[in-house]
Design a binder for this molecule. Structure first.
Ligand code: URA
Length: 235
């Protein structure tokens, strides 16, 4: 091959390379030569950039042995749903079926929760669902304060990662532990409380509603309030 043919071949190869890069969506320009405009992120942008993701929170939680609940669990139940949901539901603790599947609210109470969610024109994929504690307490007893405390920072980090507009605390145990109050659920339900930048509305636990169907009417009031908050109304 002559020197001329070799040079022509090289140029041809280079042109083909540029063409394939352009087809792949790369711009043919000297990036280093372009003027570099340094734009400082705004405060909310910085907060968003430094925000931890749910994947990072889950990785940090690992195969948790921080409290005794790990001893009898089948699966740790981290949470499920849209990682940037506007609405987050927080229940008490996994039950039998949740422990078996590793997914929150999949038993009978979960089926009612799914109906409650669709009553406000959302699906389970639109919202995020988690619990105050991530492992099933034996015999479905209430979680002990030290078990809630061990899990709490992880739940708060999930809330911070998702940044929901509204949190619905499901039942007495969830509401009391999140709000650190000892008022009964009947007194605190249907009101708005601030929680980590979100509006927290407590309502009855779906398992309680299965036992006390006459309370569904009040739960429906609470869900209508939540729908209004999601729609940008103040109450
Ligand atoms: N009850 C809860 O509080 N959480 C679940 O995940 C299931 C039942």
């Amino acid at each position: 091959m002559s020197e001329r043919d070799w040079i022509v071949g090289q140029i041809r190869e280079r042109l083909l390379f540029y063409r394939s890069m352009t087809e792949l969506g790369f711009e043919r320009r000297a990036v280093a030569a372009a003027p570099v405009e340094k734009v400082e992120p705004s405060v909310p942008e910085r907060a968003a950039l430094s925000r931890e993701t749910l994947v990072e929170v889950r990785a940090d939680l690992g195969d948790c042995t921080r409290c005794v609940l790990h001893e009898k669990r089948t699966n740790l139940v981290f949470g499920v749903g849209n990682p940037s949901a506007d609405l987050m539901f927080i229940g008490e603790a996994p039950g039998f079926e949740e422990d078996r599947q590793g997914i929150p609210f999949v038993g009978p109470a979960g089926q009612l929760l799914t109906k409650i969610i669709s009553a406000i024109d959302l699906s389970r994929d639109d919202v995020y669902i988690a619990n105050v504690v991530k492992c099933r307490p034996p015999g479905n007893r209430d979680p002990e304060p030290e078990e809630v405390e061990e899990c709490r920072s992880f739940l708060d980090r999930q809330v911070d990662a998702i940044r929901p507009k509204v949190i619905c605390a499901l039942g007495r145990v969830a509401a009391l532990n999140l709000l650190r109050t000892d008022e009964g659920i009947t007194r605190i339900r249907g009101r708005i409380y601030p929680y980590r930048g979100a509006k927290l509305v407590p309502t009855f636990h779906p398992a309680y509603l299965l036992r006390n169907p006459e309370k569904k009417r009040e739960c429906w009031q609470d869900m209508k309030l939540i729908r209004r908050l999601l729609d940008g109304q103040s109450s």
